[in-house]
Write a protein of this length. Structure first.
Length: 263
């Protein structure tokens, strides 16, 4: 279902991953494939504002990471990049462009470095990256831990919006953060981070574009500016009035950027 409750013209698949399944969505069509990887502050529905512009040209594959959206919560250790490989194999995709937002950007970069033969281009939206040491945030961390311990979903949602949703707490943003907050405890327990990518960004050998909003969390902006410098030939765009939810905030700008990167 779309964010507004209407039906989307996609086919759902339950994809087998190590020790579980994830729910994936395929727009079908005859266009070249592109895979969308959602952030840790939402689920696969976050891409819906972009779908009309993308599906007119591409076959769009997206999926809910374990515990997010319609994917079951993890019960065994897992890695994001291994699950992505399982999704690509399920759909018979040998080499594809990846559009990754935040957590999804980190997964896209991990795959591009571990299995460069599977990735043809990278569109990175406020991406994370494995192997980067974030500045300490003891107060934020303590608040998060207390909310998780209390099982306070409303509090976790509000916490996430305060950090990542500076452009506003509209219903779509609230729905995305609430969905993500349900997944965070299981992710904390079972996710195993992919091998470090940050110090290897200079090895990425495919066309790339990086977009980050000027209302994103300041340490995120600082990281992304440095990542764009390290990625060879990367196109950097700073999006005005956009926070950590760019597919909701500037969908047409992102469609145009993806289309320009993919030619």
């Amino acid at each position: 279902m779309a964010l507004d409750g209407t039906a989307l013209d996609t086919t759902a698949h339950d994809v087998t991953v190590a020790g579980g399944t994830v729910r994936a969505y395929d727009s079908g069509g005859d266009g070249p494939p592109v895979v969308l990887l959602h952030p840790g502050v939402g689920d696969a529905r976050i891409w819906e504002p972009m779908l009309p512009g993308l599906t007119a040209r591409y076959r769009v594959i997206r999926y809910d990471v374990r515990g997010y959206g319609n994917s079951p919560a993890p019960t065994v250790p897992y890695s994001m990049s291994a699950d992505l490989v399982s999704v690509l194999d399920h759909f018979g995709l040998e080499r594809v462009p990846l559009v990754g937002c935040s957590m999804g950007g980190a997964t896209a970069l991990a795959l591009a470095l571990q299995h460069p033969e599977r990735v043809s281009a990278l569109a990175l939206l406020c991406p994370g990256v494995s192997g980067y040491e974030w500045p300490p945030t003891p107060e934020l961390d303590a608040e998060y831990d207390a909310l998780v311990a209390a099982g306070d979903l409303d509090g976790l949602t509000a916490w996430g919006l305060r950090v990542w949703g500076a452009a506003g707490s509209d219903p779509a943003a609230v729905a995305q953060l609430r969905s993500a907050a349900k997944a965070w405890p299981g992710e904390d327990e079972f996710l195993r981070e992919d091998p470090p990518s940050y110090d290897r960004l200079g090895e990425v050998a495919v066309p790339s574009a990086l977009l980050v909003g000027d209302l994103d969390w300041p340490p995120q902006i600082e990281l992304n500016l440095e990542m764009a410098r390290r990625l060879p030939g990367c196109r950097l765009t700073v999006l005005p009035g956009v926070d950590h939810l760019p597919p909701l905030r500037a969908p047409q700008l992102l469609v145009d950027a993806v289309s320009a990167l993919l030619g």
